[in-house]
Write a protein that binds this ligand. Structure first.
Ligand SMILES: NC(=O)c1ccc[n+]([C@@H]2O[C@H](COP(=O)([O-])OP(=O)(O)OC[C@H]3O[C@@H](n4cnc5c(N)ncnc54)[C@H](OP(=O)(O)O)[C@@H]3O)[C@@H](O)[C@H]2O)c1
Length: 276
């Protein structure tokens, strides 16, 4: 298949490249390609003429989006629009990767795919704009919301915890932020199972189960062979962006329609440490 991947050098992009090795791939990422560049993005997609575009590029620094909203909207909203227009030109289907942060985190139950978004940060508003532009421009699209991504490549919470553990004896992580750690290779696998279906729509793909940042940090230390009691619980951490307190996504559509499920987050984290 001819598949274009935006954000190909990011955590998900690299996992997709690995999963799709052997396919005819167009890799779109900075510095060679800038999805915020309307003419270049449309042209490069039209010339390659893919069957599918997996759009994983984003301005993902959630706090930096608060200080630079123009950049957040340029990449996450306009950039997504440019990718969708490129898909329109060659009738490619598009996978638009989005986030649990489109929800406000006030719901005590997991979010269904059709629950009303209520984004609380610039990052989340710009990602929701990207979802809406995709849905308004294309007939054949999959919106895939995920959460708390990590992989062996790139910046993520697992690496931050391990770095801090190497620098300090005592670590503090919050109990009042709850989500689903999601291993990028597992998400890449789930996304690739969507293509043959033509079951366009919204999907919630995370590893199963939830934990707090505190519980996640404890699990990371345990699997790294370090003492998990070095992590203490805290709460009320103040950051530039407001993030959902609890953003569990219910994978209803993928599981019910297509039988696509992701394993529990604990099992995926073990594989991370085994190098799988
Ligand atoms: N990370 C998470 O916890 C998380 C959670 C929920 C949803 N998501 C979504 O999942 C997707 C993949 O996330 P990820 O963790 O793989 O992100 P990532 O590691 O930050 O990768 C994003 C990639 O996009 C590139 N990029 C940024 N601006 C670009 C532009 N203007 N043109 C072309 N490429 C550009 C980045 O390049 P630079 O590194 O050079 O900027 C990077 O290589 C994103 O849509 C994100 O919003 C992520």
């Amino acid at each position: 298949m001819r598949i274009a991947i935006t954000g190909s050098a990011g955590q998900l992009g690299l996992a997709l490249q690995k999963r799709l090795a052997g396919e005819d791939l167009l890799l779109i990422d900075l510095p060679q390609y800038d999805i915020g560049d309307y003419h270049q993005t449309r042209e490069v997609i039209r010339t390659f003429h893919p069957e599918i575009v997996i759009h994983a590029a984003a301005f993902t620094n959630v706090d930096a989006c608060e200080t630079d909203p123009a950049m957040a909207y340029r990449v996450n909203a306009l950039g997504t629009q440019n990718v969708a227009l490129g898909c329109q030109d060659c009738d490619a289907a598009m996978v638009c990767v989005s986030t649990d942060y489109v929800f406000d985190g006030q719901k005590t139950e997991p979010y269904w795919e059709w629950d009303a978004p209520n984004p609380q940060s610039t990052y989340a508003r710009s990602k929701l704009a990207g979802e809406q532009l995709t849905a308004s421009l294309l007939r054949r699209f999959y919106i895939v919301r995920t959460a708390w991504l990590y992989s062996r490549e790139g910046k993520n919470f697992v690496k931050t915890v391990l770095r801090l553990a190497a620098q300090r004896d005592a670590l503090h992580f919050v109990t009042d932020e709850v989500g689903s750690p999601t291993y990028a290779p597992d998400l890449a696998e789930a996304i690739c199972k969507l293509f043959p279906s033509s079951a366009y729509g919204i999907y919630h793909f995370t590893n199963q189960g939830v934990c707090s940042r505190f519980e996640w940090a404890q699990a990371i230390l345990r699997l790294a062979g370090l003492d998990p009691s070095r992590v203490s619980p805290t709460s009320g951490f103040v950051r530039a962006a407001k993030v959902p307190a609890r953003s569990e996504l219910r994978n209803f559509c993928g599981a019910t329609q297509l039988g696509i499920t992701l394993r529990p987050w604990e099992s995926a984290l073990e594989d991370y440490f085994c190098g799988r």
